[in-house]
Design a protein around this ligand. Structure first.
Ligand code: COA
Length: 265
């Protein structure tokens, strides 16, 4: 099986400039690398400058590593300004910064709950707000919010992340309605379980047995790959998706629509 990215033409994102929060690692690092591969210039935002520098060096091409915490609106305004100073414009915002851990609702501290809401939900609003003027000026802006499928059901040990991602999906719809008139699309991308990510290491720790059980429960029979999420992001940024706004694209091998059954399909 080749990479799903191989189907795209080389210059499909030529001329695009994207700011990607959470772009230093995991899924959003993959999105940053794919965007650069297809001609975009990108600013990757995360909390640790050294990690961002290493990612930028590994990706190569036009990558600006900029340290900022999405909980700090001023830091995001500075990231937007630095992106425009370096690349001349900004037409795409990918909201991918997220924090998560497993915790039972009855034991999670109010500050633990609030911390994840602050990063995932307020961070998405903060970055969108900071990027708005540049996205509007571009005439063809996109806010791409990375959420999840946790909140489609009552996922155990995930009350904080589920609440946050439900809010992120609400932001996706709201911005589509409010900012469409400014030439800005707003889309969501909801990955299912993706292998080889920090999230998977945190949320499915330890035994191969648990991983095997999880993979068996997915209709596709396996976890997804970072490139499979990156390919969906390239599609949503491309002109092929120019009439798509306000919806969340679930990329999960059919996991979220499946339900436990006594019948073996
Ligand atoms: N279980 C329960 N509570 C936890 C926790 C865990 N594993 N990790 C942190 N918390 C709580 C802390 O106890 C604290 O609450 P308290 O003040 O009541 O004790 C609160 O969350 C904030 O923790 P802190 O470590 O100060 O926050 P931070 O801003 O430094 O880090 C996190 C943010 C907690 C989300 C941290 O896990 C993180 O930085 N993650 C980034 C990477 C990541 O999560 N990637 C996965 C994406 S799916």
């Amino acid at each position: 099986m080749g990479s799903p990215l191989d189907v795209f033409a080389a210059g499909v994102l030529a001329g695009r400039v994207a700011l990607i929060t959470g772009g230093g690692s995991g899924i959003c690092r993959g999105i940053a690398a794919a965007f650069v591969r297809f001609g975009a210039r990108v600013c990757i935002v995360g909390r640790k400058q050294d990690a961002l520098d290493a990612t930028a060096a590994a990706i190569g091409g036009d990558v600006l590593p900029f340290a900022a915490d999405v909980r700090q609106p001023d830091a995001l305004a500075a990231a937007v300004a630095a992106t425009i100073a370096k690349f001349g414009a900004l037409d795409t915002l990918v909201n991918g910064a997220a924090g998560n851990f497993l915790a039972p609702a009855a034991a999670l501290s109010p500050n633990g709950f609030k911390t994840v809401l602050d990063i995932d939900l307020a961070g998405t609003f903060n970055a969108s707000r900071a990027a708005f003027e540049a996205l509007r000026t571009s005439g063809d802006g996109l806010v791409l919010n990375i959420s999840a499928t946790l909140h489609y059901h009552g996922t155990p040990l995930q009350i904080h992340a589920s609440a946050a991602k439900a809010g992120v999906d609400a932001i996706t719809r709201n911005l589509a309605v409010e900012w469409g008139r400014f030439g800005i699309r707003s889309c969501g991308l909801a990955p299912g379980p993706i292998g080889d990510t920090e999230g998977m290491r945190r949320l499915a720790p330890g035994s191969g047995e648990l991983v095997a059980k999880m993979e068996k429960s997915i209709p596709a029979g396996r976890f997804g790959t970072i490139d499979e999420i990156a390919a969906a992001a390239v599609f949503l940024r491309s002109d092929a998706a120019r009439y798509i706004s306000g919806h969340v694209l679930v990329v999960d091998g059919g996991a979220v629509v499946s339900t436990p059954s006594f019948l073996d399909p």
